[in-house]
Design a protein around this ligand. Structure first.
Ligand SMILES: NC(=O)c1ccc[n+]([C@@H]2O[C@H](COP(=O)([O-])OP(=O)(O)OC[C@H]3O[C@@H](n4cnc5c(N)ncnc54)[C@H](OP(=O)(O)O)[C@@H]3O)[C@@H](O)[C@H]2O)c1
Length: 280
């Protein structure tokens, strides 16, 4: 029986993957912030006869305390982690600051993957063929990192924050083999394309309705989108870090994956985390 930890495991692709793994007999720890979706996930697991192998771990992953709690809880309850899937997301049209004084999207989309990914490395390395699967925007819309204003205090736009996080996630994945030379864990960046999920719910009107209509006609259903993702989790690539767009490999070349930028982001992030109180 394998164990999967899935952030954003109570909705969209995270939930789809979680139920898929539960159905075939694995154990799933779904992490998310809201009780109603957590309860619904557990009810669906129960209906599959997998109630005993399903865990809902409630944590607000926009806070460093929530990220650290996930590491602590999983470490305390799990011998080895076979798959760590990052799928927690929430679009913010207006700039919001977290309890740590960080911009919300930066904290939830990017920093949670740093803290949980690094914090669970020891448990991942115990598994037979461990994988970190980062659902991301690799190879998609361009975006940039605002190195002088990572917290986007000036000129915030929801899309700007999302795109900056996408670029940070690419660099986080590309830098994995440098941070962990010789690790058995494989790091996969995966852009699923347009998938029909709850993604549009936080958008403002009329964008919300428009995106939902477009999704109904043009987006892939979750059941189809998760097939290549589950396959990569079952059969990890040979290379330590890889990127895919809808199942097609992307070369880890160019500025999106530049090692010098990955190193720069790693150093900036380490400084930022070191400046936060350990107990928060
Ligand atoms: N859908 C697409 O078209 C698309 C395209 C490219 C990439 N992606 C990426 O694929 C991943 C999954 O996307 P999706 O569309 O399947 O997601 P989704 O349906 O929007 O679900 C998001 C999940 O994140 C959780 N979440 C939100 N805020 C949270 C918080 N503060 N703390 C912890 N969990 C939180 C939600 O539960 P709660 O609200 O209860 O916390 C939910 O379980 C994301 O990383 C996304 O960027 C998606």
């Amino acid at each position: 029986m394998r164990t999967y930890v899935i952030t954003g495991g109570t909705d969209g692709m995270g939930k789809g993957l979680g139920l898929h793994f539960l159905e075939r007999g694995d154990r799933v720890i779904a992490v998310a912030s809201g009780k109603p979706k957590g309860r619904a996930f557990l009810a669906e697991a129960e209906a599959l006869g997998a109630g005993e192998r399903a865990v809902f771990l409630r944590a607000d992953l926009s806070t460093v305390a929530g990220m650290r709690r996930v590491v602590e809880e999983v470490t305390a309850t799990t011998e080895a982690v076979d798959g760590l899937v990052f799928g927690a997301q929430r679009f913010r049209p207006v700039r919001e600051e977290t309890a740590d004084g960080l911009e919300f999207t930066f904290a939830l989309s990017y920093l949670s993957r740093v803290v949980i990914g690094e914090g669970l490395m020891e448990r991942l390395e115990r598994a037979d063929a461990p994988v970190i699967m980062s659902l991301a925007g690799s190879g998609g819309l361009p975006g940039q990192i605002f190195w002088d204003d990572l917290q986007l205090r000036e000129g915030y736009k929801g899309m700007r924050a999302s795109m900056q996080s996408s670029r940070c996630l690419d660099l986080l994945g590309a830098g994995f083999p440098i941070r962990h030379p010789g690790a058995r864990t494989r790091y996969v960046l995966y852009n699923p394309g347009f998938v029909n999920t709850g993604m549009a719910d936080p958008l403002r009107q009329p964008m919300r309705s428009l995106t939902k209509v477009l999704a109904r006609f043009f987006a892939m259903p979750v059941s189809k989108a998760i097939v290549p993702i589950a396959r990569l989790l079952d059969h990890p690539p040979e290379a330590a870090a890889t990127a895919f767009m809808r199942g097609k490999p992307l070369p880890l070349t160019g500025s999106a994956f530049a090692p010098a930028a990955a190193d720069r982001l790693h150093r900036v992030t380490a400084d930022l985390l070191a400046g936060l109180p350990a107990t928060r």
